[in-house]
Design a protein around this ligand. Structure first.
Ligand code: IVH
Length: 688
């Protein structure tokens, strides 16, 4: 259904109006209308966008998720998502990576796939946007889609060109890593110590802490540096290879992580890895591995992405660093869904530059398998940002009177009995709502980075506020300021707080009164609903009201709503049971209703699907394809908006029959489904 001209006119007027109000509010700090009136405008805009996704442009206010007041960092919507990398640890993982690429691209062994290799710097990623050669914006990665605007701070980093000249595209995003050199980090910590400032655990933390300073003068005084290693959005291609991009970046003044190499075979790749591993202590900056990237950009484009990582690149990590220390105690932590996790309390020890005093022991079976006992000397390992782990016990040093650990069968916090269901490794507290540990964990999850992302409301504070009855439910967070106003013991008077920190906290809570649907669903903390599934649900239901209602109806497994839920990608019977169970609980619905009275959940605006001859169509590939591998054919069809099915039915729109096609082809003919040869398929989608 296409929008009629009156709707288009109304939409355009709304966009202009909302932008003006955004500016008045965010830039000038002088709103011209009430929040409620503003919300009405936003809601109408969203309604139109849901009905007419074809109208949504990239600069619609709806695409700018929750821009923050200029007091904190503003948010930046990345034009091209900032991805992470898959990891390889063993040589075999690297071989698998190279084989996957070869198979995907369907290249014979005789064709070499060149790999650009370079060190993986341990810093924080940053996207720099240049317009006509001028640096106009810098953003952190954030959750990959929305980052923080750190332009003011980045302008002070000497290593980053503010202006570039030569054959520069009209707009260009340079991606790279902000980091600190080891020697400069040591000097900074010495200075901090003299001045009574914060001591940083490692160069990475120091770099991150320095970039996220609200006062650019503070970050200007910090020895920050930058390496450029990839591109984001560009108005025209700058090179045909990764190596070409590096050279171009270098010529524009972007430092590069050295030493780099162009490798032709798996052996050359591994040789590079070992060479860098040996040089690691001598490099002036911390690295945690190396990165391999397919050199040819046309290959990169064909390979595309899976979830959050490109198929054409991988990080080959150095082995985790290890150390031996003493295990003093095994304590039990209670998670948000009641899972009891054993935690090793250790004699503090430095592992890879970070002091470790706790490590995970995973579960009962793991403790038994490794036979870990209190008093043991244990080998602790830490890899990157992963939680430290206990690898094994130094048996020679075991005390004579040591005894095997007995896993508790009750919750250490609320003392409800714990259950370990058949086939599960996890013991769970059965206390549900009465268990304060679960409640605190749920709140922590609720405010965490990928959920409501409330700055200044860290784990410790949540726990304190919960214990004092200040915040018992999510809705309480949003009524905190109002209640604080009449309080005899206001937050600003608490130990460790002041007028400014209290004000900042209320402001960061206020900034999150509007939230996107995927974040909101994730924030609810329903078992098995991670970030990816939350997004799938948002895509399927578009508004929270629709989702809520459908989930209540889905309690009846005979209902259409239940079937519809099972049709959502990534949702199987197990996940469906957990979601439905959540909405079936009266207290969850009560808590939700209270919360919804305080906040706005934005409707999900689907990304406009490209209009192609195959969008919305169901296609089936069969037989041997000659020009493409199956995975590439599937990825390409999906990127053009088609659904790729495994079997032929009356609902199939096209069957693409390669060589030696068999029963699927016969079935397609029987059902009268349109059959295309590989060549015809290629012609149909050419140019999209
Ligand atoms: S390439 C499409 N190259 O590692 C992804 N990343 O664990 C482009 N990183 O988010 C990334 N050094 O922040 C690339 N030489 C390098 C890197 C590098 C560090 C970071 C980057 C990325 C993270 C993934």
């Amino acid at each position: 259904m296409f929008a009629d001209p009156t709707v288009i006119a109304e939409y355009q007027k709304l966009v202009a109006e909302i932008r003006q109000h955004d500016d008045a509010y965010y830039q000038e700090d002088a709103p011209k209308i009430s929040d409620a009136d503003y919300d009405t405008l936003r809601r109408r805009l969203e309604e139109i966008e849901i009905q007419h996704p074809e109208l949504v442009s990239k600069d619609s206010p709806s695409q700018k998720v929750g821009a923050n007041p200029s007091k904190g960092f503003k948010t930046v919507q990345h034009a091209v998502p900032m991805l992470s990398l898959g990891n390889a640890f063993e040589d075999d993982d690297v071989a698998d990576f190279l084989n996957r690429i070869r198979n995907f691209l369907k290249l014979p062994e005789s064709v070499e796939i060149e790999i650009a290799a370079e060190p993986k710097i341990d810093g924080l990623s940053c996207s720099l946007r240049y317009q006509n050669g001028k640096l106009i914006q810098a953003a952190t990665r954030g959750d990959g889609v929305t980052g923080e605007d750190i332009t003011a701070n980045v302008m002070k980093i000497g290593d980053i060109p503010k202006e570039i000249s030569g054959d520069v595209p009209e707009f260009l995003e340079v991606r790279g890593e902000i980091y600190m050199r080891r020697d400069e980090f040591v000097k900074l910590n010495e200075e901090q110590e003299r001045n009574g400032g914060k001591i940083f655990a490692n160069p990475r933390n120091a770099a991150a802490g320095s970039v996220r300073q609200l006062n650019p003068e503070v970050s200007a005084a910090r020895p920050l540096r930058f390496f450029g290693y990839a591109l984001g959005e560009v108005s025209k291609p700058i090179a045909q290879t990764q190596d070409g991009i590096r050279q171009e970046l270098k010529s524009w003044g972007f430092a590069q992580a050295e030493p780099q190499a162009l490798c032709r075979t798996a052996d050359e790749v591994l040789e590079y890895y070992r060479r860098i591993e040996a040089q690691r202590p001598d490099l002036p900056y911390d690295i945690d591995g190396v990165v391999y990237k397919v050199d040819r950009i046309d290959y990169q484009e064909r390979l595309g992405f899976v979830a959050r990582a490109p198929r054409w690149a991988i990080a080959h990590k150095f082995p985790a660093e290890k150390a031996v220390t003493i295990l003093h105690k095994i304590s039990i932590q209670v998670g948000r869904t009641g899972a009891l996790t054993p935690v090793a309390e250790l004699e503090p020890i430095t592992v890879g530059g970070v002091v470790v005093s706790r490590a995970t022991l995973h579960n009962e079976d793991e403790i038994e398998r490794k036979d870990v006992r209190v008093g043991d000397h244990v080998i602790v390992q830490r890899a990157g940002d992963v939680i430290p782990q206990i690898v094994s016990v130094v048996m020679e040093k075991r005390l004579e009177n040591s005894e095997p650990f007995v896993f508790p069968h009750e919750c250490p916090i609320c003392h409800s009995h714990a259950v370990r269901e058949e086939g599960e490794v996890v013991w769970r507290c059965s206390g549900g709502l009465i268990c304060p540990a679960q409640a605190v964990e749920r709140l922590r999850h609720f405010v965490s980075r990928l959920a409501f992302d409330i700055e200044g409301l860290g784990a410790k504070i949540i726990e304190e506020f919960y214990e004092e009855g200040l915040v018992k439910t999510p809705a309480d967070i949003f009524t905190l300021e109002a209640r604080d106003k009449g309080s005899l013991t206001p937050i600003r008077k608490r130990e460790g707080w002041g007028d400014l920190s209290a004000k900042n906290l209320f402001e960061s809570i206020d900034r999150r009164r509007t939230i996107s649907l995927p974040r909101f669903i994730y924030a609810l903390g329903i078992r098995q609903i991670g970030e990816a599934t939350a997004k799938r649900l948002a895509e399927a239901y578009l508004t929270f009201d629709a989702f809520y209602q459908a989930m209540v109806e889905a309690a009846n497994q005979e209902s259409e709503s239940y079937q519809q839920l099972l049709n959502v990608q990534d949702v199987g019977a197990g996940v469906a049971t957990d979601v439905v169970a959540f909405f079936a609980e009266d207290h969850n619905r009560d808590a939700l209703d209270d919360l919804l009275a305080q906040i706005q959940v934005q409707a999900f605006v689907p990304v406009k699907i490209k209009d192609t001859p195959v969008s919305g169509k169901t296609v089936v590939f069969t037989g041997t394809l000659v020009t493409m591998s199956r995975p590439e054919a599937k990825a390409r069809a999906e990127s053009l908006g088609a659904k790729v099915a495994g079997s032929v039915s009356a609902k199939t729109n096209f069957v693409i029959a390669g060589e030696d096609a068999g029963s699927k082809l016969t079935k397609a003919k029987d059902l009268g489904v349109r059959v295309l040869s590989e060549q015809e398929w290629a012609e149909l989608i050419a140019g999209y």
